[in-house]
Design a protein around this ligand. Structure first.
Ligand SMILES: Nc1nc2c(ncn2[C@@H]2O[C@H](COP(=O)(O)OP(=O)(O)OP(=O)(O)O)[C@@H](O)[C@H]2O)c(=O)[nH]1
Ligand SMILES: [Mg+2]
Length: 188
């Protein structure tokens, strides 16, 4: 089946609920939309931008029949006003909190930076809410092997029980493992 874009929703209640959901969250510009394209094996299913703050809506994709893949706006985009940032953060948290169909959240981080403060907050929230989550260490093509090992060790120490998947939208590395985890989560 060809992956397809289903819809952009402005609020949580507009997201279709007839399938389990796998959700991408993370700071603005870490590569969530690129990840959708990478997983779909398509260049422009989701809009990617060099300018942070590109995704402003809840975007719903159909990559595989057993779940919807949901791309949320990024948090922490510095050039947004505080007010605007809060609107996005509320949208993200509200969506996650009221959705029984969310089977897995992928917290996407930039491999060069690891988990920053807002990521820690997100992880804490998911933990408290009991929502299953993994971390996607993205843009690994930007790191030398040694730097990658260093950040992996740091993350393993910070989050001992967290499953972390390395990924690059440039090389496609990690794509298969990630799709497998999504498929498995959708069955639970
Ligand atoms: N080298 C490299 N660049 C990447 C990778 N993933 C994303 N990028 C680049 O990072 C920038 C941001 O990518 P997006 O996919 O738009 O990021 P996003 O997380 O969806 O951003 P928001 O929509 O603002 O939340 C773009 O210039 C991408 O080409 C990757 O794995 N490797
Ligand atoms: Mg985006």
């Amino acid at each position: 089946m060809t992956p397809r874009f289903i819809k952009s929703a402005t609020q949580a209640s507009d997201v279709p609920q007839d399938r389990p959901a796998v959700v991408l969250v993370g700071r603005s510009n870490v590569g969530k939309s690129s990840l959708v394209n990478s997983l779909a094996g398509m260049k422009s299913l989701s809009h990617v931008s060099g300018t942070p703050g590109k995704t402003r809506l809840i975007n719903v994709f159909d990559l595989e029949p057993s779940y919807y893949l949901i791309d949320l706006p990024g948090y922490g985009f510095a050039r947004r006003s505080v007010q605007d940032r809060r609107v996005f953060e509320d949208l993200i948290y509200e969506f996650l909190q009221h959705r029984a169909q969310v089977k897995l959240v992928c917290v996407v981080v930039d491999a060069r930076h690891g988990a920053l403060e807002l990521d820690q907050e997100m992880i804490q929230f998911l933990h408290v809410e009991g929502i299953p989550f993994i971390m996607v260490l993205n843009k690994i093509d930007k790191l030398k092997k040694q730097e990658l090992s260093r950040i992996q060790a740091k993350l393993a120490e910070e989050f001992p029980n967290l499953s972390i998947i390395e990924h690059s939208a440039e090389t496609g590395e990690g794509k298969g493992r990630l799709l497998e985890q999504m498929r498995d989560a959708a069955k639970r």
